[in-house]
Design a protein around this ligand. Structure first.
Ligand SMILES: *Cc1c(COP(=O)(O)O)cnc(C)c1O
Length: 379
């Protein structure tokens, strides 16, 4: 049971990802190791010395995520963090210093503006560009790092990772891709040329809406050593229980992703027919403005659909009328959620903008609930 698996389908890979070789009388996935410190007589050498630096439960999870992000690719490294933001901060703050310039999306995750303030306070120049349309190319000169989020949250725009990575590398810049929305089964940024794949594992990767997690996968040993050092000094490490739950959840990733993404497409098709729905976005819809680029680099198109209703009141009535869908933030869980994104402020979205995360309900039930809620909330 060592070496390459006899079959490399995503489902096969997901159920076996990161498992140790079988040991008689041991479980397939060893339980969480709860340890602040380990027996360590003599010189303090690795692998396991202190619980903020390393943990055997993280090691297996890191192996699992690495096998999905970069199958068969030796020489890459994956590090897990306490949350997606911990992982994002680890890359930004370990790779950038005073006087450096970074390019961030201006339509990405809602905490990016907070990061921008912090980066600027540290003397880092922050330039921004929208996700779609290649405007990043105009602000790359002299930048140390290009940060892209594709598909973007919540607008679901897509950028051409290969093209931007080539352009960034030609100018000596590193490239990080936020892969949260796609998951590694939807898109593999390192294979598309990125230096870092960074994600929140809080969303579809773990998929049950019950843990926070983040990770960074990277190909450059020196850059990853700096990320590891940042994890040690910031200390934003996942608990062993969360790491174990994440690993357990990844076993069903392919099943969840297949169901959720297929239903998301069915929902998008149903919403397309509704006159009260505008601004419908789903990168898997053939007529979506992002579909062409998405189809070149994505293997699956995600479980999030976004659209706009006439007003804040119309969106609130719709959300209240849903019975199978929780009005809640975040996305990617087995239970569908939706929210009026404008309630947070910060995202440049219309008041009636709804971000809808499709869960694992039966597709007919979910689509029927949405159409019924649209009917019921008609003014
Ligand atoms: C949720 C999210 C994050 C932050 O992840 P946390 O686990 O909440 O810290 C980062 N990027 C994207 C695209 C997200 O959706």
């Amino acid at each position: 049971m060592t070496g390459a698996l006899p079959g490399d389908g995503d489902g096969t890979r997901a159920v076996r990802a990161g498992l140790p070789d079988p040991v008689k009388h041991e479980p397939a996935l060893p339980g969480p190791v709860f340890a602040a410190h380990y027996h360590l007589p003599g010189d303090p050498t690795g692998p396991y010395t202190y619980g903020r630096d390393e943990n055997p439960t993280w090691t297996l999870l890191e192996k699992a995520i690495g096998e999905l992000e970069v199958p068969g690719r030796e020489g890459t490294e994956t590090l897990v963090f306490a949350s997606g933001m911990a992982a994002i901060s680890a890359v930004l703050f370990s790779q950038l210093g005073s006087g450096d310039a970074v390019v961030l999306p201006d339509d990405g995750y809602q905490a990016l503006p907070l990061l921008r303030t912090q980066l600027e306070e540290y003397g880092i120049e922050v330039r921004t560009a929208p996700t779609g349309g290649d405007a990043q190319l105009d602000v790359l000169d002299g930048a140390r790092l290009l940060w892209i989020e594709t598909p973007s949250n919540p607008g679901l725009d897509v950028c051409d990772v290969r093209r931007l990575a080539e352009a960034a590398h030609a100018r000596g810049a590193l490239v990080a891709v936020d892969n949260t929305l796609a998951t590694p089964l939807g898109q593999r940024p390192l294979e598309l040329g990125a230096d870092f794949a960074v994600a929140s594992g809080t969303k579809q990767l773990t998929g049950h809406g019950d843990i926070l997690l983040g990770y960074v996968a990277g190909r450059d040993a020196q850059a990853m050593a700096a990320v590891r050092r940042w994890r040690k000094i910031a200390g934003a490490v996942p608990g062993p229980m969360e790491a174990w739950l994440a690993h357990r959840s990844i076993a069903t990733l392919q099943l969840r992703v297949e169901r959720q993404n297929a239903t998301a497409l069915a929902l998008a098709r149903a919403l397309r027919e509704r006159p009260e729905v505008t601004g419908l976005r789903y990168p898997g819809l053939p007529e979506d403005p992002a579909h062409k680029v998405a189809a070149q680099q994505m293997r699956r198109f995600g479980c999030v659909v976004s659209f706009t209703l006439a007003s804040r009141e119309a969106a609130d009535r719709f959300l209240a009328a849903l019975r199978l869908v929780d009005d809640a933030t975040s996305f990617g869980g087995v239970r569908s959620t939706a929210e009026r994104r404008g309630r947070w402020g910060g995202d440049a979205v219309p008041e009636g903008f709804v971000r809808f995360s499709v869960g694992c309900e039966d597709p007919e039930d979910l689509v029927a609930d949405v159409l019924r809620a649209l009917d019921a909330s008609a003014a």
